[in-house]
Write a new protein. Structure first.
Length: 286
C-alpha cells in the first residue's frame, strides 16, 4: 500500500511540473512570434543602412572619421556580451558565455588587453562567479529591446573608440536564422569595416555631401548593429526557451507513463494480496 501511495505522490508532482512547463512553452511561443516580427522588421532598415555605408566608404576617409579608424596596433579591445536575464532556455546562455570566453582567450593570447561589458543577468552572474572584472553591466534590457537600449549600451564604447582609448569593440549575440538555429556569433563592431559590393555613390543624389552624411550616419550605423543584435538575441532566447520547455514537457509525459504503469502494477499486487488474505481467512473458518 505504501509503495502505491508513494508512486501516486510522484505522479501528482510530475503532473504539476508538466503543467508549468507546458504553460511556459505556450508563453515562449507567443513571445517568439512577437520577437521574430521585430527581427524581420529591423532587417530591411539595417540592410539599407549597410548598403549606403558601403557605397560611401573609402579607406581614405578613416583620417576624418574616427569610427573608421583602423589602428596600426591593437592594444586594447572591449567585448560586449548579450545574454538573457532568465534561464530555463536550454544551452542558450551557456553557448553565448562560451563564445565570449573563447574570444577573450583568443585576444589575450595575442597580447591584447581586454575588458568585458555584459548585458543580461546570466552573463553577469557567471563572470562574477569566475572573478572576471566587468566594466559595465546592464540588467534592464528586456524581451522587447528598443533602439534607445542599444544607444545606451554602446554609447560609451563608441565614444571611447573615437577618442583612441579602445582599438577594437566586439559584440557577441545569437544570430537568429530560425527558431531552431540560433548560433552565437562574435561580430567586430568597431572599427567599421563595410564589406565590398555596395552600390556606387553615383546611384544616389546626395544632398548634403557624402562626408556630411557619413558624419551623422556612422554613429547610427553602430547603434543599429547593436540593436539588431539585441532583437535577434531576444528572438533566439524565446526559441531556445520554447524548445527547452517542450522537451521538458515531453520528458514529463514519458515519466508519467512510466509511473502510471508502476502504479497499476503496485495496485494489482495490492489487490492480489488482499484477495489472497480474504481467501486464506475464509479457508481458516472451514
Amino acid at each position: 500500500m505504501s509503495q502505491a501511495r508513494e508512486v501516486k505522490r510522484r505522479i501528482r508532482s510530475v503532473e504539476n511540473t508538466g503543467k508549468i512547463t507546458r504553460t511556459m512553452e505556450m508563453v515562449a511561443t507567443s513571445k517568439l512570434k512577437k520577437a521574430t516580427d521585430r527581427v524581420y522588421a529591423a532587417r530591411p532598415y539595417g540592410e539599407a543602412l549597410d548598403e549606403i555605408v558601403r557605397s560611401l566608404y573609402d579607406p581614405a576617409l578613416a583620417e576624418r572619421f574616427p569610427l573608421l579608424r583602423d589602428p596600426v596596433e591593437t592594444r586594447r579591445a572591449a567585448v560586449l556580451l548579450l545574454t538573457a536575464n532568465r534561464g530555463l532556455a536550454g544551452a542558450f546562455n551557456v553557448n553565448l558565455i562560451r563564445k565570449a570566453r573563447e574570444l577573450l582567450r583568443g585576444l589575450r593570447g595575442k597580447g591584447i588587453e581586454t575588458e568585458l561589458h555584459v548585458a543580461g543577468k546570466k552573463g553577469i552572474a557567471f563572470f562574477r562567479f569566475q572573478a572576471e572584472a566587468i566594466v559595465q553591466k546592464w540588467t534592464d534590457v528586456g524581451d522587447s529591446p528598443m533602439p534607445d537600449d542599444a544607444e545606451r549600451v554602446v554609447n560609451a564604447l563608441r565614444e571611447r573608440f573615437e577618442s583612441g582609448e579602445l582599438d577594437q569593440v566586439w559584440v557577441i549575440a545569437s544570430e537568429f536564422r530560425s527558431a531552431s538555429s540560433t548560433p552565437p556569433v562574435a561580430r567586430a563592431l568597431l572599427p567599421i569595416r563595410p564589406e565590398e559590393g555596395g552600390a556606387s555613390p553615383d546611384a544616389y543624389l546626395l544632398s548634403p555631401s557624402g562626408d556630411h552624411i557619413l558624419r551623422g550616419l556612422l554613429p547610427l550605423y553602430v547603434r543599429n548593429v547593436v540593436y539588431r543584435a539585441m532583437v535577434e538575441n531576444a528572438a533566439a532566447e524565446q526559441g531556445a526557451r520554447r524548445a527547452a520547455m517542450k522537451a521538458a514537457t515531453d520528458a514529463a509525459q514519458e515519466m508519467l507513463d512510466t509511473l502510471r504503469r508502476r502504479y497499476n502494477r503496485a495496485r494489482q499486487a495490492q489487490i492480489t494480496q488482499e484477495i489472497a488474505e480474504i481467501v486464506g481467512g475464509a479457508a481458516a473458518f472451514e
